[in-house]
Design a protein around this ligand. Structure first.
Ligand SMILES: C[S@@+](CC[C@H](N)C(=O)[O-])C[C@H]1O[C@@H](n2cnc3c(N)ncnc32)[C@H](O)[C@@H]1O
Length: 263
């Protein structure tokens, strides 16, 4: 089977070589589903054409030759300020019903400050970087000594199994090295994908998990299917961004999608 979609700007050709690939009972059904897949792809290309006109150039380097697990960083290297409105929204998403909250990646502690403004019972962070613990977590803990706050010092991969269940989980780390970049950024539909099963395992029933996606204004079919493997439902919120022209991070678009997945 061969299908072609043409416009003035592009041509998309899909050739199915194997007659057993997409093989429903009727040929008309095969036609219908392949046509729909092609139509979706063409729709995506047209939307990307519009969205990329508004991209900023950015100053991104995708190489993490120096392992970042223990790197001592400037604040904007840990997290750039354009992400602060996202932190506000993520904190609200998981903490406005209170309970026990887990945050993966303490960073500058900006989202942590926003989480504990809500009426929660406990805050637990997991953070691997010694300098982040000294510079950002210790003063945070001291400032809020009346609150039930703790940090688990280590990689979440090595420590999360020892933790119990939570009402809300916020995931905001970054790739620590080239291997993680290749696997979790290049090789996944969304960076948080490698954490999905851990989030589902450590949430109470009805609890919420939040992260932001490296898609621009919606979730792809593959992303939605992955979410529904681990969670009972999800919702998304489009967050408009003021993105600087020389953004260092791997993001160039003027919006981003926040996901709230419910166990
Ligand atoms: C982008 S920052 C988090 C910013 C934070 N949301 C804020 O508002 O300041 C990411 C943090 O995740 C930590 N991190 C990255 N990978 C980790 C891992 N595998 N385990 C634990 N912490 C990790 C980094 O050291 C860094 O402090």
């Amino acid at each position: 089977m061969k299908k072609i979609k043409r416009s003035q700007q592009f041509e998309v050709v899909v050739t199915l070589h194997d007659k057993n690939f997409i093989c429903p009972p009727k040929e008309s059904q095969r036609n219908a589903v392949v046509n729909r897949a092609l139509k979706e792809f063409v729709g995506d290309l047209n939307i990307l054409n519009e969205q990329t006109k508004r991209f900023v150039p950015g100053a991104t380097s995708h190489e993490f030759k120096i392992d970042r697990a223990q790197k001592v960083m400037e604040v904007e290297e840990i997290m750039e300020d354009w992400q602060i409105p996202l932190m506000q929204e993520m904190a609200k998403t998981i903490a406005n019903n209170g309970g026990d909250i887990l945050e993966i990646g303490f960073g500058r502690g900006i989202s942590a400050e926003m989480i504990i403004e809500h009426d929660i019972d406990t805050y637990t962070g997991i953070e691997c970087n010694d300098a982040i613990i000294e510079t950002f977590f210790k003063p945070f803990k001291q400032k809020h000594s009346n609150k039930n706050i703790k940090i688990i010092h280590g990689l979440w991969q090595d420590t999360i199994d020892g933790l119990d269940l939570f009402d809300g989980i916020l995931f905001h780390t970054y790739p620590l090295n080239d291997d993680e970049y290749m696997q979790y950024v290049n090789g996944s539909i969304t960076f948080a994908e490698h954490f999905f099963n851990h989030a589902a395992k450590h949430l109470k029933t009805g609890g919420s998990f939040t992260y932001f996606s490296n898609e621009i204004d919606s979730l792809s079919r593959e992303h939605q299917q992955l979410l529904l493997k681990h969670f009972s439902s999800f919702s998304i919120k489009l967050i408009p961004l003021k993105i600087p022209d020389d953004v260092q991070d791997t993001w160039w678009a003027d919006s981003i999608v926040l996901i709230k997945a419910i166990k």
